[in-house]
Write a protein that binds this ligand. Structure first.
Ligand SMILES: Nc1ncnc2c1ncn2[C@@H]1O[C@H](COP(=O)(O)OP(=O)(O)O)[C@@H](O)[C@H]1O
Ligand SMILES: [Mg+2]
Length: 244
């Protein structure tokens, strides 16, 4: 077990988000979190990297409880756990290459300019966008922007990648490209991946396991086959609503 949310409670004022949420992630697996809009999927990820703090409970990352960490320790966590943000917020004022170099300059100050240039080129190749360093994010399609966001996230060679709705707003072909990249990152980097998605076809393609967030906790988890066969009413309702 690499990551574990344990007995997590979180509210924003009167709005209760988690009431005793538990989930474990194993090293090297790709786990997809599904659940309705506003159920707290992004909040789960944000708590893991210290962007939000729970009211109660623990989040274990390799034996340490990140809910007790200060700024310095959280920085160390963020070197190892990269988040591909919802909407891939690239800096439009920077070139693609400068966008990918940004976390390298911030987290790996020992790298030379030549090292940075080489790593940027390598990461663009890994997302099948070689040679676009000089382009501006505003010149790219939605799917390409997401891939640049991924290249930026993997620049620091993270052990864990968090994908928050990586295919939202993409057409089916771009969605498939991103799904294939998620699977290929796992094989190229040997990383652990947590994917938040609405898209069941994507979830079925990329997941080793899936977990369903509903009623302020994880109500079911298992392999794709186990989830498809699940009799849990929340899982059934979620799947049936998305059958085409
Ligand atoms: N920083 C915040 N302050 C107040 N409310 C928030 C904050 N972040 C999220 N929320 C609320 O928490 C709920 C869960 O949000 P979120 O995790 O973004 O849902 P989703 O499952 O769609 O990712 C939403 O109702 C959202 O409005
Ligand atoms: Mg979200």
């Amino acid at each position: 077990m690499l990551i574990k949310w344990e007995g997590l409670w979180k509210a924003f004022g009167p709005k209760r988000i988690f009431e005793g949420l538990d989930l474990e992630i194993r090293r090297g697996e790709t786990l997809t979190i599904i659940g309705g809009s506003g159920s707290g999927k992004s909040v789960m990820l944000k708590c893991l990297i210290g962007l939000l703090y729970p009211d109660r409970g623990h989040i274990w990352f390799e034996g340490g409880d990140v809910t007790t960490y200060g700024e310095k320790e959280i920085r160390e966590v963020r070197k190892r756990v990269a988040m591909v943000f919802q909407g891939a917020a690239l800096f439009d004022s920077l070139t693609v290459g400068e966008n990918i170099a940004y976390p390298l300059r911030e987290h790996m100050r020992e790298l030379s300019e030549a090292d940075i240039t080489a790593r940027v080129a390598k990461n663009l190749k890994m997302v099948n966008l070689p040679g676009i360093e000089q382009m501006r994010p505003s010149d790219l399609s939605g799917g390409m922007r997401k891939r640049v966001g991924l290249a930026r996230a993997i620049a620091i060679e993270p052990e864990v990648i968090l994908y928050d709705e990586p295919t939202t707003g993409l057409d089916p072909i771009s969605t498939k490209v991103i799904d294939e990249l998620i699977v290929s990152m796992k094989h190229q980097l040997g990383c652990t991946s947590i994917v938040v998605t609405h898209d069941m076809d994507s979830a079925f393609r990329v997941s080793d396991r899936m977990a369903m967030l509903a009623k302020r906790k994880i109500v079911a988890s298992g392999t794709v086959e186990e989830m498809q066969a699940s009799t849990n009413p929340d899982v059934r309702a979620f799947f049936d609503a998305r059958k085409s």
